[in-house]
Design a protein around this ligand. Structure first.
Ligand SMILES: NC(=O)C1=CN([C@@H]2O[C@H](COP(=O)(O)OP(=O)(O)OC[C@H]3O[C@@H](n4cnc5c(N)ncnc54)[C@H](O)[C@@H]3O)[C@@H](O)[C@H]2O)[C@@H](O)CC1
Ligand SMILES: Nc1ncnc2c1ncn2[C@@H]1O[C@H](COP(=O)(O)OP(=O)(O)O)[C@@H](O)[C@H]1O
Length: 278
């Protein structure tokens, strides 16, 4: 794989942000189901929920464990904690990495086995073998190594081969984040990179924020339809771009923690919609 990989930029992102119109309501603009966090890592749930709300979505339903639910609600009372219709899911941030689905979390099985798209992050990668829904996974290099060993390949070859072997969209995080689909018989392979505007982003919790942004973008495009893997990859790359822009805005006055990135996502969306159209 020697050809130059395309950079996914502001104009690409602008084309994939769904702006609500006068006819929209909280259901028609996407409902995101969230199963994240645990007693051990409740903060991961707060970060993803904050990021999802700030991305611009009709509703965020938190259906994970009690401890993170309480914190997510305290931070964002807009969050709904009652089961109901869901257009896309996010699972795994801040959860234990287990090989099976937790039977005490029925929403987890709905997310993993349903028809709607699911973003599988962090601890969720442990039960990826049970996920039959169309999926986007968001590993860092340590996590991808556990799923598909790199074996001396380039990062580009590695992400492409992981997408083929796992049959999912792979978002391989890092300073340069790569997004790949499996090679399709007819449509070829989608493979792009998104270069982070700032290395200050390399702090605990920014991956939880990224997963929340990507899942929210996906949910707004998954109302009464299921995007193809190719489209899911475009939406994931758009989420990565928004994450980088939010970090750049959060870092205007110096270093910043992950929650500040989540808080800046609304401004990143506004920036992309105004600057990305030019
Ligand atoms: N406030 C919170 O609640 C937070 C919760 N978090 C959660 O903590 C859990 C554990 O995540 P971790 O990633 O720390 O642990 P992991 O155990 O998944 O990975 C860490 C291991 O992978 C190795 N590694 C190799 N390449 C790496 C790379 N590029 N980036 C990071 N590690 C790499 C490290 O050396 C380390 O041994 C996840 O569920 C995550 O969502 C973290 O996001 C931090 C913030
Ligand atoms: N050197 C770097 N420069 C810019 N961004 C980085 C760098 N290293 C990591 N990142 C980004 O920071 C985030 C870290 O995510 P992750 O490793 O999952 O951390 P956590 O689990 O603590 O949230 C990812 O979005 C990744 O792309």
């Amino acid at each position: 794989m020697t050809e130059q990989i395309r950079e996914w930029g502001a104009a690409d992102a602008a084309r994939h942000i769904r702006v609500p119109g006068p006819q929209d309501n909280k259901y028609s603009h996407g409902v995101l189901g969230v199963v994240t966090g645990s007693e051990k890592y409740p903060g991961a749930a707060v970060l993803g929920v904050e990021a999802a709300h700030r991305t611009g979505i009709g509703m965020v339903r938190f259906l994970g464990e009690k401890a993170p639910a309480g914190l997510a609600l305290a931070r964002r009372p807009e969050t709904v904690t009652v089961s109901g219709a869901v257009d896309a899911w996010i699972v795994g941030s801040g959860m234990e990495s287990t090989p099976g689905l937790n039977p005490e979390l029925p929403a987890l099985a709905h997310a993993a086995l349903g028809l709607q798209p699911v973003v599988v992050d962090a601890g969720g990668l442990g039960f990826l073998g049970h996920v039959s829904a169309p999926a986007i996974i968001t590993p860092h290099e340590g996590e991808l190594e556990r799923l598909v060993p790199r074996n001396g390949s380039t990062r580009e070859e590695w992400v492409a081969s992981a997408a083929d072997q796992l049959g999912v969209v792979v978002v391989l995080k890092g300073h340069e984040t790569l997004v790949a689909t499996p090679e399709e018989a007819t449509g070829g392979r989608f493979l792009v990179k998104v270069t982070s505007p700032t290395a200050w982003l390399a702090t605990a919790g920014t991956g939880d924020v990224l997963a929340g942004i990507i899942a929210a973008v996906v949910a707004t495009h998954s109302v009464k339809r299921v995007p193809s893997l190719h489209e899911l990859a475009e939406l994931a790359a758009t989420g990565v771009f928004l994450h980088g822009k939010a970090a750049e805005l959060a870092g205007e006055d110096g270093p910043f923690p992950a929650l500040d990135v989540a808080e800046s996502v609304g401004r990143a969306v506004a920036w992309v919609l105004s600057e990305g159209k030019h």
